[in-house]
Design a protein around this ligand. Sequence first.
Ligand code: G6P
Ligand code: MG
Length: 218
Amino acid sequence: AHKAFIFDLDGVIVDTAKFHFLAWKKLANDLGFDFTEAQNEQLKGVSRVESLKKILNWCNMELTEEEFNRQMALKNENYLSYVDEMEDDEILPGVSKVLDHLLEKNIPFALGSASKNARTILKKVDLYDKFDAIVDGTDVGKAKPDPEVFLIAAEKLNVEAKDCVVFEDSVAGVQAANIGGMTSIGIGDKNVLHEADHVFQDFSEIEIEFIEELLRKE
Ligand code: G6P
Ligand code: MG
């Protein structure tokens, strides 16, 4: 049966996916290129380095190593300026209800994020101490859809991969969970996240009974 839960951060627990979008868009525009929502979809769940590589690829552009690093730093600075203005009530609707239920029932849960800013953000919304394990962009080398981040999280929780449920808003993240042999729950558009085992528009659509069902199910 399912024994543990793993949550992605950006776009699942907090609405920071929109800040990543704005920061990448600014970077692309500053380099003289358009940046579409469809392109952004392909960057969700993807590490900072890999994201910039993809953008440069779309723009057919090459940067020196120094300029590449400078652009990454600028993007992050811009992103963090949005994060700075976040309030601690910016946890996405319905998320706290699920986390509180897991806490109450002593069901372990971890964070599995590609972000190097994950710990900062969790502290900002007062969730840092609630997770049994945190695995983020500072702990992993391989970007989603590689399952590494979730496999490390499962190991830290002492639970087998097949007994884990992963919540993800990105295509790459859903694929990572599937490749890792975990149950994947997509948060977002059904058409985009069609590879997930279940999809909900957001956490407010998830009933506690559904969580309980997952815990009973293989
Ligand atoms: C998450 C987000 C991505 C972001 C990545 C790295 O996976 O979905 O949009 O690029 O983390 O985040 P960072 O905060 O380290 O730049
Ligand atoms: Mg995400």
